[in-house]
Design a protein around this ligand. Structure first.
Ligand code: AMP
Length: 215
C-alpha cells in the first residue's frame, strides 16, 4: 500500500498513520517528524528548518524533497509507505510523482482526512506528546489519567512549539492556500479517497481501512 495522507493540521493524520503502521507493517514517513528530529539534533538542516517551523510557514521545497527522496530509497519502503504531511504544495506533489515514477512505486491512493475547521483549533491547542515514547494526547478529547504524564510510559508530556495559538492560525492559513489545492490535484488523477475525521479514533480508523480497501 502506497499512500499519501492529506488533511489540515490537527486532522489526525499522524494518529491514523500510526495505526496503519501497526496494521500493515509499512513505514510512516512524516516530514514534520523528520524535520523535528533534525531540529533536535541541531544539524544545519534543522537550524534552517526551525526558523520556518516556528513561524508556521513551510520549509523550502529543496530541503524537504531531498529528505523524502533519501527516506523513500530505503529498503523498508519496498512494500509500501505512508506519506504524512508531504506533499504540502503542488510543486512538492509534482516532484513526488516524478520521484516515484523513477523508483517504479507510484501512489495507490491519496487519503483526505476531512475535519471541520471549528474542530481543528481545539485539537491543535489541546495536543500534547510524550517526550519519551511519542504517544499523543489531547487535553480536551483524550486526556492522560494524570495531568502532564504519559499513561503508557510515565514520561512527561509537552506541547509542540508550533502548537501555540499564533502559529496555529498561520499554519491553518498556509494549509488553505498551499495544501488544500492538492485535494483537486489527486482527484484529477483519480486516486483521491475521503474519510470524515470526526468521532472516536478507532471509529475513524475503521472508516480509513474500509475506504482504502476499496482502493
Ligand atoms: P507537521 O508536523 O506535518 O504539522 O509539520 C510541522 C511543520 O514542519 C510545518 O508547519 C512546516 O513548517 C514543516 N513541514 C512539515 N512538512 C513539510 C513539508 N512537506 N513541506 C514544507 N514544510 C513542512
Amino acid at each position: 500500500m502506497r499512500i499519501v495522507l492529506l488533511g489540515a493540521p490537527g486532522a489526525g493524520k499522524g494518529t491514523q498513520a500510526k495505526k496503519l503502521i501497526e496494521k500493515f507493517g509499512i513505514p510512516q514517513i512524516s516530514t514534520g517528524d523528520l524535520l523535528r528530529a533534525a531540529v533536535a539534533e541541531g544539524t544545519e538542516l534543522g537550524k534552517e528548518a526551525k526558523s520556518y517551523m516556528d513561524k508556521g510557514e513551510l520549509v523550502p521545497d529543496s530541503v524537504v524533497l531531498g529528505m523524502v527522496e533519501e527516506r523513500l530509497g530505503r529498503d523498508d519502503c519496498k512494500d509500501g509507505y505512508i506519506l504524512d504531511g508531504f506533499p504540502r504544495n503542488t510543486a512538492q506533489a509534482e516532484a513526488l510523482d516524478e520521484m516515484l515514477d523513477k523508483m517504479g512505486m507510484p501512489l495507490d491512493a491519496a487519503l483526505n482526512v476531512d475535519v471541520p475547521t471549528e474542530d481543528l483549533m481545539k485539537r491543535l491547542t489541546g495536543r500534547r506528546t510524550c517526550e519519551q515514547c511519542g504517544q499523543m494526547y489531547n487535553v480536551y478529547f483524550n486526556p492522560p489519567a494524570e495531568e502532564g504524564k504519559c499513561d503508557k510510559c510515565g514520561g512527561t508530556l509537552f506541547q509542540r512549539d508550533d502548537d501555540k495559538e499564533e502559529t496555529i492560525t498561520k499554519r491553518l492559513e498556509v494549509y488553505r492556500e498551499q495544501t488544500e489545492p492538492l485535494i483537486d490535484y489527486y482527484r484529477q488523477k483519480g486516486i483521491l479517497k475521503t474519510v470524515t475525521g470526526t468521532g472516536a479514533i478507532d471509529e475513524i480508523f475503521t472508516r480509513v481501512v474500509e475506504t482504502l480497501g476499496a482502493a
